[in-house]
Design a protein around this ligand. Structure first.
Ligand code: GLP
Length: 254
């Protein structure tokens, strides 16, 4: 069980501060596993990047120990580069297979990503919204946060009612994400992302963050007035949102 060092509420957001990124993973996975036990056909919104990796490792352990099954779980990833081939090792589809899907019993047809090989990103985005709606909406969304408080790839300025769409990545995001690519030129210039409106429609949101590099983004998400230049601050308006932070990410709010 995850050990929570500090627990408090800001706006509507339940904040939990834990000791380390491993504890962050343990705590978030504990909540998600309990939800899967209660609702085996839960619809999950999942993110990529380095933040959710410790959560996925813990979920894999729950699965290997026979505590949970993903056979009826449906997943919708928050975003994907555009265009990108799913076999590209930097695609989010590839990293999700590597970090979670290939280790659990989720049927392939239950896994969803925006179609990032589609010739029409507009159509691919609309189809994604329809699929989410047909699944009954996202029950629980696991997110991370970018340096500029972007959630998924909702770069500022981002409207709170935005839906899934093609976006151009900021130079800063491409520079930061280039750590996963051979060169910055290889980082795609575009992505298809769920909109903030799509994300805020999730019935429950868990946002995880670890490391001092995230402390300013966490501070802004919690203390700036929600506005398009601070997309993460719109989470303040959600009715069922929890931040799970390690001490370093929480350092500016404690
Ligand atoms: C990326 C992703 C987001 C992620 C964020 C933080 O650009 N599109 O979904 O939450 O940036 O990434 P990381 O977890 O690696 O810090």
């Amino acid at each position: 069980m995850g050990i929570i060092l500090h627990q408090f509420k800001l706006h509507n957001i339940a904040i939990e501060v834990v000791d380390s990124k491993q504890e962050m993973g343990i705590r978030a996975a504990e909540i998600i596993a309990n939800k899967i036990i209660k609702k085996p056909n839960i619809v999950l919104g999942l993110s990529t990047g380095s933040t959710p990796v410790p959560v996925y490792s813990e979920l894999i352990s729950y699965y290997s120990d026979g505590v949970i099954s993903f056979k009826d779980v449906k997943t919708f990833n928050l975003d994907e580069y555009y265009p990108i081939d799913p076999s590209n090792s930097q695609s989010y589809q590839y990293t999700m297979r590597r970090d979670l899907f290939s280790h659990i019993d989720i049927p392939i047809e239950n896994i969803h990503f925006p179609d990032c090989l589609s010739h029409s990103p507009v159509e691919a985005s609309l189809n994604y919204e329809v699929l989410i709606e047909k699944s009954g909406g996202i029950d629980l969304l696991l997110g991370g946060i970018g340096h500029n408080t972007h959630i998924a790839f909702n770069e500022p300025p981002a409207q709170s009612d935005s839906r899934t769409r093609l976006i151009e990545l900021s130079d800063e995001t491409r520079r930061i994400n280039s750590r996963f690519f051979e060169t910055i030129e290889k980082v795609p210039k575009y992505a298809i992302t769920m909109g903030l409106g799509t994300i805020l429609d999730a019935k429950e949101i868990i946002l995880c963050a670890f490391g001092a590099a995230k402390s300013e983004a966490i501070y802004q998400a919690l203390f700036e007035k929600p506005n398009p230049n601070v997309p993460g601050a719109y989470l303040q308006n959600h009715q069922n949102c929890r931040f799970i932070l390690d001490q370093a990410a929480a350092s500016k709010i404690l």
